[in-house]
Design a protein around this ligand. Structure first.
Ligand SMILES: [Zn+2]
Ligand SMILES: [Zn+2]
Length: 334
């Protein structure tokens, strides 16, 4: 099979011919139709994350068609359309048993991070992590659902418990933030989108933002009316301070962005005296991914895909993402 391979950190991916993956017991092999491009891929490619073996095939927002299954697999079947959940959680530990598989105590890795992912024609995944995709949901939407939609779903619905009638500020409306706007709007909240880019803010309004606020590239947040809930997808020293300043006393701050080495810099008096709840939020669980696919099938939200690339052009997608050029997700279509 052809795949885009990371051979050394900081270098572009290389198109290579690799042996086709074979399904082991309990596995499926999926012929990839679409793979989303995520800011985490930039961290993987640059070597900012530990644990990535080389050579490595990145790509963790995967949808396609099952091409083979290993022994003991009754579902999915060969030919079935699926999206692939990418956390290799144990499904047995305390956290897994309470729906928190992304902080599994025995996590075996993640597809596209520590094991080979979807930027190739075929990918091997545990069959139990393959979620069925309905006919009305195109491959690119199913792919993007696994992270760019499911991650804000986890932050907004599960962690943040955003309620109808509350006001939510979404800080940074890139690939995750635009879907966060849609989800917060669908919940019934009043939504304020905050970003440096006017084009993305225009799109945010189309997706349900009631108000948009443009900030300068230093990321200093405005003093706006106080909100009940902030979701920060950008996460810089400036936005972290601004997030707390935006919250009413008793408000909740969910963080889905992160940068290794960047510490939080809050005044403990601001947090404690205002009883601010900080909710770090890591990706989403398998069931949440299933629910997001249902929301897409029902037409309650839509996947926001800006640009499509051929497999061999994925480095251009990385450049576009790195340069802040995208209004929505970039997807590699195979
Ligand atoms: Zn991601
Ligand atoms: Zn576990």
């Amino acid at each position: 099979m052809r795949a885009m391979v990371l051979e050394s950190f900081g270098a572009p991916l290389q198109l290579r011919e690799l042996p086709d993956p074979e399904p082991g017991p309990g596995d499926a092999v999926v012929r990839v139709q679409a793979c989303g491009v995520c800011a985490s891929d930039l961290k993987i490619v640059s070597g900012a994350l530990t644990g990535t073996p080389l050579p490595h095939v990145p790509g963790h927002e995967i949808a396609g068609v099952v091409s083979a299954v290993g022994s003991g697999v009754s579902s999915p079947r060969v030919g079935e359309r699926v999206a692939c959940y990418f956390y290799l959680s144990c499904n047995r530990c305390l956290n897994c048993r309470t729906g928190r598989g992304t902080v599994c105590l025995a996590l075996a890795g993640r597809i596209g991070f520590e094991v080979d992912g979807g930027l190739g024609e075929l990918v091997r995944v545990p069959a139990a992590l393959c979620l069925p995709v309905s006919d009305g949901v195109p491959p690119e939407a199913a792919a993007v659902a696994m992270d760019a939609i499911a991650t804000p779903y986890h932050a907004i619905v599960t962690r943040g418990r955003l309620a109808p009638g509350e006001t939510a500020a979404i800080v940074g409306v890139g690939g995750l933030g635009l879907h966060a706007v849609e989800l917060a709007h669908a919940v019934g909240a009043r939504v304020i989108a905050i970003d440096v880019d006017e084009g993305r803010l225009t799109l945010a309004r189309e997706l349900g933002a009631d108000q948009t606020v443009r900030i300068d590239s230093a990321g200093c947040l405005p003093h706006a009316p106080l909100v009940d809930f902030v979701l920060d997808t950008a996460v810089s020293a400036q936005t972290l301070l601004g997030d707390v300043a935006l919250l009413r006393p008793g408000g909740r701050l969910a963080l889905v962005g992160y940068k290794p080495g960047l510490g939080a810099c809050w005044d403990t008096a601001d947090l404690v005296l205002n009883e601010i709840t900080v909710l770090p939020s890591r990706a989403a669980g398998l069931d949440e991914c299933r629910r997001v696919l249902d929301l897409l099938a029902m037409g309650r939200i839509r996947a926001v895909v800006d640009r499509r690339y051929a497999l061999q052009d994925v480095n251009q997608a990385f450049d576009a993402l790195r340069g802040g050029m995208l209004n929505g997700r970039a997807v590699v279509a195979l």
